[in-house]
Write a protein that binds this ligand. Structure first.
Ligand SMILES: Cc1cc2nc3c(=O)[nH]c(=O)nc-3n(C[C@H](O)[C@H](O)[C@H](O)COP(=O)(O)OP(=O)(O)OC[C@H]3O[C@@H](n4cnc5c(N)ncnc54)[C@H](O)[C@@H]3O)c2cc1C
Length: 352
C-alpha cells in the first residue's frame, strides 16, 4: 500500500548524522524515520568536544565538562591538558535539541529498503527527491560479517553507566592489555553518574568478561549495558544515489572510536549539499559530487589513523606510556589535537 505523500528528503536514522542533515533543511519537506523515539536508544559513551555540541545548539545537554584526558598505561597516569574541552552529555537531551532545530516530520518506523528516490518502510513506501541513509552501523551488516572483516575493519564497544560520582576529573582511557589486547577501557564521569566501557578493535576479544574484569579491578559491578560496533571501516559516501552519513558510511575514527563529531560534521555537509540542490543552486548529481568530495578529502587521515591503530596494538604498555609522556606537553598536545580535529571534522570555538 503506497502512502500518499511526497517529501523533498527522507532521512533514515534520527541520531547524530540524520539530525544534522535535517538541521540544514529547514523550510523543506523532510521526513525522518527511526525505529525508536528520537534520543531514546543510546549506544554511545556520549563524549564529544564542547565546540561540536555548540555547533548544533545542544550544549545544554552537558552533564560534565572535561579539561583533561588521562591515559593510564604500565602503572602510570599521564594527563593531557585540553585547550578545547570535551563534554559528556545526555543523549536524549542532545538529540531533542537537534530535532527542535529542524522542521522535520518524524515517523517511528523501520526503513527496510532504500533507493535514490524511495524508502520502503514498515508503514509502506515513501517517495522523495533525495534519500539519506543515516541508520548507523547496522546499515552494513554484510561488511562486518566474518568473511569480510579484513576489508572492512570494525571495532566493538560495550558500556555500563553506574549511579556514582567519579572523583578524578577528566576523561580516562586505560591501555591495559590484560583487560583488552587491542583497544582500551574508559571511564567517563557524567556529573552524578559515571560511564565505564571497553572498546576493542579485535573481533576475538570478549567484551563482557573484559568489562567485568575492568569493573572488578575498581571494586564495581556492571549494571545494564549498551553498545555496538565502532564503524571505522570507510564505505563509499554514496550508494546508488543514496547519501550515506555517519556510521552508515564508516565515518567513526580509528584509534579513538570518536564518531559523534564526524557524524555531525559530515551530516551538516550532506544537508548543505542537498539544500543547495533543492534551492536550484546545483543539480542533483552536483550535490552528490560535492558531498562525496567533502568526505573523500578526509580519507587519507582516516587511513593514517588505521595505521596508528595497528601500531598502538603492537606497542608494549611501557613504551606507550613513554610516548604519551612526550605528547602530554601542553604545546605538543595542542598541536596534536588541532591536527586531529582539523583533519577529521573541525568546529571552531566561538571567538572570545
Ligand atoms: C560503546 C560505544 C561507545 C561510544 N562512545 C563514543 C563517544 O564517547 N564519543 C564519540 O564520538 N563516539 C562514540 N562512539 C561512536 C558513536 O556512538 C557513533 O559513531 C555515532 O553514534 C554515529 O552516529 P550515527 O548517527 O551515524 O549513528 P547512530 O547513532 O547509530 O544512529 C543510527 C540511528 O538509526 C536508527 N536506525 C537504524 N536502523 C534503522 C532502520 N532500519 N530504520 C529506521 N531507523 C534505523 C537507529 O535507531 C539510530 O537512531 C561509541 C560507540 C560505541 C559502540
Amino acid at each position: 500500500m503506497a502512502v500518499d505523500i511526497d517529501y523533498d528528503v527522507v532521512v533514515v536514522g534520527g541520531s547524530f548524522a540524520g539530525l544534522a542533515v535535517a538541521m540544514q533543511l529547514r523550510g523543506r519537506r523532510v521526513l525522518i524515520v527511526d525505529q525508536y523515539p528520537i534520543g531514546s536508544h543510546q549506544i554511545s559513551a556520549c563524549g564529544t568536544p564542547l565546540t561540536t555540541a555548540r555547533a548544533v545548539g545542544a550544549q545544554a545537554s552537558t552533564l560534565e565538562t572535561h579539561n583533561t584526558l588521562a591515559l593510564h598505561a604500565a602503572g602510570k597516569t599521564i594527563h593531557f591538558p585540553l585547550k578545547d574541552p570535551y563534554i559528556t552529555f545526555d543523549y536524549r537531551a542532545f538529540c531533542q535539541a537537534m530535532l527542535r532545530q529542524t522542521d522535520a516530520e518524524v515517523w517511528q518506523v523501520r526503513g527496510t529498503a532504500l533507493d535514490a528516490r524511495q524508502v520502503e518502510t514498515s508503514n509502506g513506501p515513501v517517495d522523495a527527491r533525495f534519500v539519506v541513509n543515516a541508520s548507523g552501523w547496522r546499515a552494513h551488516p554484510k561488511e562486518i560479517a566474518p568473511d569480510n572483516r579484513q576489508a572492512h575493519p570494525a571495532g566493538y564497544g560495550l558500556e555500563t553507566e553506574l549511579p556514582l560520582r567519579w572523583q578524578d576529573p577528566g576523561l580516562h582511557f586505560y591501555f591495559i592489555k590484560q583487560w583488552v589486547r587491542n583497544g582500551y577501557a574508559w571511564i567517563f564521569p557524567c556529573g552524578g553518574t559515571t560511564r565505564f566501557g571497553i572498546g576493542s578493535f579485535n573481533r576475538n576479544d570478549q567484551l563482557r568478561p573484559a568489562l567485568d574484569r575492568f569493573l572488578s579491578h575498581l571494586g564495581l559491578k556492571s549494571a545494564q549495558t549498551h553498545g555496538g560496533v565502532l564503524a571505522i571501516g570507510r564505505r563509499q559516501p554514496l550508494h546508488e544515489g543514496v547519501f550515506l552519513v555517519g556510521d552508515a558510511a564508516g565515518q567513526c575514527l580509528p584509534v579513538t572510536g570518536e564518531g559523534i563529531r564526524t557524524a555531525i560534521f559530515h551530516g551538516l555537509h550532506c544537508g548543505r549539499a542537498i539544500a543547495r540542490a533543492l534551492a536550484g543552486d546545483l543539480n542533483a548529481s552536483q550535490a552528490r559530487h560535492l558531498y562525496a568530495l567533502q568526505v573523500r578529502s578526509m580519507d587519507r587521515f582516516h587511513r593514517r589513523l588505521l595505521t596508528l591503530q595497528t601500531i598502538v596494538a603492537h606497542t608494549p604498555e611501557p613504551l606507550l606510556a613513554a610516548a604519551a609522556r612526550v605528547c602530554a606537553r601542553p604545546s605538543t598536545i595542542d598541536w596534536i589535537m588541532t591536527k586531529y580535529w582539523v583533519h577529521s571534522g573541525w568546529f571552531a570555538a566561538p571567538a572570545t
